[in-house]
Design a protein around this ligand. Structure first.
Ligand SMILES: Nc1ncnc2c1ncn2[C@@H]1O[C@H](COP(=O)(O)OP(=O)(O)OP(=O)(O)O)[C@@H](O)[C@H]1O
Ligand code: SF4
Ligand SMILES: [Mg+2]
Length: 363
């Protein structure tokens, strides 16, 4: 396996909850990210899925240093970027860039496309000396499939898909090694989503990029990811290859989410089991003891209330060669096949009528 370019260890982000106007008193905390661990290997795409509010964007922001962790570490090529001096951080940040969800609001409407894409060069002039900027920006436009002559146009003169291409070009400007894409296609028409996903795949091959790809659409995540992590209430509860997660899930939460993926084939639809989750997602300010999923889990037992399940290969699979042998944070992990094989599903997840309640992607 390729080396880990990012190693996230025991990552926490708690936002204090305060009361009082003059004398603010902390009365609790929103545990947005509550103990996340994962590796991102060179050249791979790690998908992260989970319901709205489970902490995906907060993880993304910490990876690109838009938020400081409450505790934990993020190692980039072995170096902890959460403790670096501002100066040292500058060069590391160059290598980890973000592509945002909403191409309509993430681009400054008063700046030309050339200025938007070239803005990162202000902070890192070593990448593109002043006289060379226009040419570099035009190159980037070409790389993302836009006409280099559009350099003086404004964001409103582009379609949603084109704007996301501009966002991607900006993300590429500093020649990063890692791109953190937070719901990069969720705001786009379904017909345009595939084009942008294809572009991201093509750029990955061309520039040897590693991706953290966050989305709530399970089909897109499966398509683009080498491995997938499933988040629930601030933690990853199951992680593995696409085949392991989609065809051999062992965590009840993953199984419930997958059972809500629409199946176009009526016969396959009739034969698949839907798992209807009861109860609301608990507040991240009040996370249940033991297993955080226990208030909605149909398999919960006393042990689940008392003991936090660790994210590891469950004992029952440890000595097997089964694809179910992957990390899953459940005391009673067992394999359950809930979706038809790859290729038989398509479209968006979460019709909101039954089964899981996928977030609408709004951050
Ligand atoms: N600055 C903040 N202050 C307080 N709470 C916050 C802050 N930012 C996020 N949160 C809370 O942290 C939790 C995780 O939010 P986050 O945006 O990371 O979720 P998400 O998984 O990206 O959701 P979505 O799918 O809707 O984008 C939510 O409960 C959110 O309300
Ligand atoms: S540990 Fe218990 S509550 Fe948690 S997912 Fe497993 S069976 Fe359900
Ligand atoms: Mg989000």
């Amino acid at each position: 396996m390729a080396e880990a370019i990012l190693q996230v260890r025991d990552l926490y982000k708690h936002y204090p909850l305060t009361r009082g106007v003059l004398f603010k008193k902390q009365v609790g905390a929103v545990r947005a990210v509550d103990g996340v661990d994962f590796d991102l290997h060179e050249g791979e795409t790690l998908g992260i899925v989970g319901e709205s509010g489970c902490g995906k964007s907060t993880v993304a922001k910490m990876l690109v240093n838009l938020e400081r962790p409450t505790s934990g570490s993020i190692l980039y090529k072995g170096e902890d970027i959460t403790t670096l001096s501002q100066r040292a951080l500058r060069s590391v940040r160059r290598n980890i860039q973000m592509v945002f969800q909403d191409p309509y609001t993430s681009l400054n409407p008063r700046m030309t496309v050339g200025d938007i894409i070239g803005e990162p060069f202000d902070i890192h002039p070593e990448v593109a000396p002043k006289g060379d900027r226009r040419r570099k920006v035009q190159e980037l436009l070409d790389v993302v499939g836009l006409n280099p002559e559009y350099v003086n146009r404004y964001p409103h003169q582009f379609s949603g898909g084109q704007r996301q291409r501009i966002g991607i070009a900006r993300g590429l400007a500093l020649k990063p090694e890692v791109i953190v894409a937070d719901e990069p296609v969720s705001a786009l028409d379904v017909s345009v989503q595939a084009q942008v996903v294809n572009l991201l795949e093509q750029l990955q091959n061309e520039f040897k990029l590693s991706y953290v790809f966050i989305a709530h659409d399970l089909s897109i995540v499966r398509h683009i990811s080498d491995r997938v992590g499933v988040m629930y209430l601030g933690r990853i509860v199951e992680i593995g290859t696409g085949t392991q997660i989609y065809d051999h899930p062992t965590h009840p939460y993953t199984q419930a989410l997958l059972s809500a993926v629409p199946v176009p084939d009526p016969e396959a639809r009739e034969h698949r089991e839907r798992i209807i989750l009861t109860g609301d997602v608990p507040s991240p300010a009040n996370i249940p003891s033991g297993c955080r999923f226990r208030t909605r889990c149909w398999k919960a037992q006393e042990r689940c209330e008392l003991e936090v399940p660790e994210l590891a290969v469950p004992a029952v699979f440890r000595l097997t060669d089964s694809p179910a042998k992957h990390d899953s944070a459940c005391h009673f992990a067992e394999e359950k096949h809930v979706v038809p094989a790859e290729g038989e599903t398509e479209g968006e997840t979460g019709d909101g009528t039954e089964g899981g309640t996928w977030g609408g992607g709004g951050t």
